[in-house]
Design a binder for this molecule. Sequence first.
Ligand SMILES: Cc1ncc(COP(=O)(O)O)c(C=O)c1O
Length: 403
Amino acid sequence: MTVSRRSFLGAGIALPALLDPASAFPSAPPSEPAASQDSSFDPWVEIHRENLHHNVGEISRRVGSRPILAVIKNNGYGMGVSNVAQLLEARPEIAGFAVVKLHEAMSLRDAGIRKPILLLGPFDEKNLEDAVARGIMPMVYTPLGPAMDKIATKTQKPVPLHICVDTGIGRVGVPYFQAAPLIRDLAVRKSVQIQGTMMTFTEDVEFDKEQIRRFQETCAALEKDDVALGKKHAASSFSLFQHPEAFFDMVRPGMAIYGAYSENEFRHTGTMDLRPAVSLKARVIYVKRLRKGDSAGYNRAYMARDDVWVATLPVGHADGWPRVAAKGARVRINGALYPVIASVSASHCIVEIGKEQRVSIGDVATCFDWQDGSRPEDVSEACGASVYDLTMHLNPLLPRRVL
Ligand SMILES: Cc1ncc(COP(=O)(O)O)c(C=O)c1O
């Protein structure tokens, strides 16, 4: 009989409930609506409030109490953009928030966030008007002076903005050697209030030094002529470790706030004690013993060399648990770490438990959290997924629980 992937998966999930009433999943009768949107087995994201606050304190200490512009783009690095902003807003160290998508900036205002918001991403003239109306500052690097004049005429107020200078990353930003005329043009307009001037590092340690030189020279030439550049900022998490000379007037980290070291080697430098503030968890949905020679996963990616217990988790790459997790990541269940085996499919993965059946249906499985051995950096080291992939790719639809 040919079994399609879809029918095979359906049967695999339904069987334990049918055969073993004791292990049946709590479910509503088919004719009635489910009591809750998320079954208690489905993956969820936890946010560790205390760790988040601890990291802000660590960063502030590291940067000599300079203001922190918290980068909370990409759904707050997976934690929920409004969750993060609401948790951090009252901290005096946090000067404001930076996001890339206009809708994220808007949702922050909708959530009642009052601190300054910098929009790092693109906008058209209508977007710009809407953004300014909600107190969202654009990051500017093209000749937008006339557009600012129009808006300021309507609002009777200058438009606060930051200017982005490209010192070598080649992504966005006015090239540093063409920056002066653009900045002068904006600075002389009554419609514009330059609140900040920024650049982004390539994070190539040697070239970064050249980028610092280019930025400083560009800024110094303008400041000599009394052009007010606002707060100068450049330092992301990488630079918090590598370039204290580039802390300037404000720093602009993301990942460090969420407690993961952006490079694994930073973990052992003692520069900052970062504590992960985000966790991905799910509950075991199925436990079974494979016989020697049995396979698991698509393409029979895993072959049992002996009889072995395995557990199935309802978390896969569509939830943000990367496919490469099957190349060495370990999941914590009841305090012990078990390797992810076979392949990570869209909504499932399988872990190898060993000779004994040490886990049960319903046990909590932690893909990553704040404990040594299951920190995002541990998963990253084990399977090659970057900590950015682990956090930023968490499906926005997963429930978020703030602890
Ligand atoms: C312009 C800019 N600044 C700062 C950051 C923060 O970077 P990180 O999360 O490495 O601290 C980012 C994120 O990629 C960024 O795009």
